[in-house]
Ligand binder design. Structure first.
Ligand SMILES: [Zn+2]
Ligand SMILES: [Zn+2]
Length: 261
């Protein structure tokens, strides 16, 4: 997890032969800096995958695509929304040298990594979460979603690494500084997942399979890492799974130590 939160999201999923950048929400320069700080060579990336067109997921995309000249995978809806938002004053849309279209629900391959995109409830054109499978390991990423529909919960079964949104504490959001309209958007079925909703998932639906659980996309304003951690720990402990799981928190300001399996 290079960065996670409303000011930029970016992660790397890698097998021994393929490296995928998931979202490009921090600047190209910052992406390079953070990759290098982890000993990763940006030139070894095989592809960029985009979950949806919100700025905190695509901010560095144009720069990175140009510099790295690797395929960029997006749904048609996400691509259209992204390119429309970046039109210049003549209405000209940006072009990706290597644009690869995928459809939510249809798996595809990047090198030896099998990618399964699935639809998530979020207020974007065609937003997706992903699971990745390679070398007997499954990784799931589900952030930016208003709730966890059955279809999403199904896709997240059997993950060895599970990256889950823990966006806000409901009480902090209600009493916090956002205007009411924004609070409503965040809390809606197409907004962001609360600590409480995630705890409900851990307590009732989670299959207890993951070796690592990562809490992600924490709000600066309406959450606190310790509140998010405590909520998740409590829910996981109730399932007797705390020793089995390692709970980590992704941060906005610095990359997470790489998880190796
Ligand atoms: Zn979003
Ligand atoms: Zn986001």
């Amino acid at each position: 997890m290079l960065a996670s939160g409303s000011r930029g999201n970016c992660a790397v999923v890698a097998s021994s032969s393929t490296r995928i950048l998931v979202d490009a929400g921090i600047s190209g320069r910052e992406t390079y800096k953070r990759l290098k700080s982890l000993g990763e060579d940006p030139r070894l990336l095989s592809a960029i995958l985009i979950t949806h067109e919100h700025c905190d997921h695509v901010h560095g995309l144009a720069t990175l695509a140009k510099k790295l000249r690797i395929p960029v995978f997006m749904t048609a809806g996400t691509h259209q929304a992204w390119s429309r938002a970046l039109r210049d004053k003549n209405g000209e849309r940006p072009k990706l040298e290597k644009f690869e279209r995928f459809e939510s629900g249809c798996s595809f391959q990047v090198g030896d990594i099998a990618v399964q995109p699935f639809t998530i409830p979020h207020d974007a054109a065609d937003p997706v979460g992903f699971t990745f499978r390679a070398e007997g390991i499954k990784v799931g990423i589900a952030t930016d979603l208003g709730y966890l529909p059955v279809s999403v919960r199904d896709h997240l079964r059997g993950c060895d690494v599970l990256v889950m949104e823990s966006n806000h504490d409901l009480e902090m959001l209600r009493g916090g500084p956002y205007p009411w309209s924004v609070k409503q958007r965040v809390m809606s079925r197409v907004g962001h997942l609360s600590n409480e909703a995630l705890a409900g998932f851990f307590a009732n639906d989670y299959d207890n399979n993951a070796t690592f659980v990562v809490l992600a996309h924490l709000s600066d304003q309406n959450n606190h890492p310790e509140i998010a951690r405590r909520g998740a720990e409590k829910a996981l402990a109730a399932r007797g799974s705390l020793f089995h799981n390692r709970l980590l928190l992704a941060s906005q300001s610095e990359p997470l130590e790489p998880i190796r399996l």
